[in-house]
Design a protein around this ligand. Structure first.
Ligand SMILES: [Zn+2]
Length: 308
């Protein structure tokens, strides 16, 4: 049974006041400072930041972000340490431990039974970090790679990448793993500008609130698009002028206003195609043969062919 203190925390996230009998509460280790199978690890300060970022985040199955798969939510998070256990990097072991709840519903019954029975599940987390540092030279890999390679010895040390300064936490998920593989913690992280990838931010739009860094990233993205759009508009307008010029050259008697209106409505690929056609026409049109050319085959050509 859940205690009063935890129930109060849970009810900060629940849509309606839940009672102790309605919820199933369990602990889950989200990540730690141990070097993982990708030769990466979080630094301890990152774990403390993630403890704040993961509050209220939903847990899903196998990273499928469909609403019906979101079964559990984190309501408390803390960094625990074990001074008797050293990591491969020589630090005391630290882990990010979360308390999560899910509704005791029919849909969740099977999962609750598995968790209660202690069936091993791997937990995988998705988060954004703003720095990825080389353990050998300390260089932030976001500013360019150093000469060291993850998992390879350098200066007597095995190189790994240290994930620092998380900017956002997206999700955590249960991934069923074969028992011989053992339970472990894996992570998916993104180290893009400002943390989140644009794909992730766009997915979030209209669904949930964006974080401060995501808003900044989105702003920069829009500014970049505006710049590119203005280049695009300048290119299109140049193309329109060129098509108009060629059109009037090819059809001097055409109604200027009508052609102008038609050209203004054209899409880029239409403009390109007309330019290509008119270009060919213009070349043929200007490819007159000099009247007095020696040996020129002028038979069958009319005088109108010769242009000055
Ligand atoms: Zn390095």
């Amino acid at each position: 049974m859940v205690n009063e203190k935890e129930l109060a925390l849970i009810n900060r996230y629940a849509l309606r006041e839940l009672t102790g009998g309605e919820v199933f509460v369990f602990s889950v280790v989200l990540c730690d400072n141990e070097i993982d199978r990708d030769n990466e690890r979080f630094d301890i300060s990152a774990l403390h930041t993630l403890a704040k970022l993961f509050l209220g985040k939903s847990g899903i199955f196998d990273h499928s972000p469909k609403a019906e798969n979101q079964t559990a939510r984190i309501f408390a998070c803390e960094v625990i340490s074990d001074d008797t256990r050293m990591t491969a990097a020589g630090e005391a072991y630290h882990a990010l431990k979360a308390r999560a709840y899910m509704l005791r519903s029919e849909k969740n019954a099977a999962l609750i039974a598995e968790i209660e029975a202690g069936i091993k599940k791997e937990v995988s987390v998705g988060c954004a970090v703003s720095e990825v540092r080389c353990s050998v030279c300390g260089k932030n890999q976001r500013e360019g790679a150093c000469g060291h390679r993850k998992g390879v010895q350098a200066d007597g040390k095995r190189c790994c990448h240290i994930l620092c300064k998380p900017t956002d936490a997206y999700e955590w998920s249960f991934v069923a793993v074969p028992s011989q593989q053992g339970a472990g913690v894996s992570k998916a992280y993104m180290a893009q500008e400002g943390g989140s990838t644009m794909e992730h931010i766009l997915k979030k739009l209209g669904m949930e609130a964006l974080s401060g860094s995501e808003v900044l990233t989105l702003k920069e993205y829009i500014q970049r698009l505006e710049k590119e759009a203005s280049c695009g508009r300048a290119y299109k307008s140049g193309l329109e002028k060129e098509v108009l010029r060629l059109a009037f050259a090819a059809y001097p008697k055409a109604n200027c206003e009508l052609i102008k209106a038609a050209v203004e409505r054209m899409e880029l690929d239409e403009l390109r195609e007309f330019k290509r056609l008119f270009d060919t026409d213009e070349k043929n049109f200007l490819a007159g043969v000099p009247q007095l050319a020696k040996g020129a085959d002028t038979a069958g050509r009319s005088n109108t062919e010769f242009k000055i």
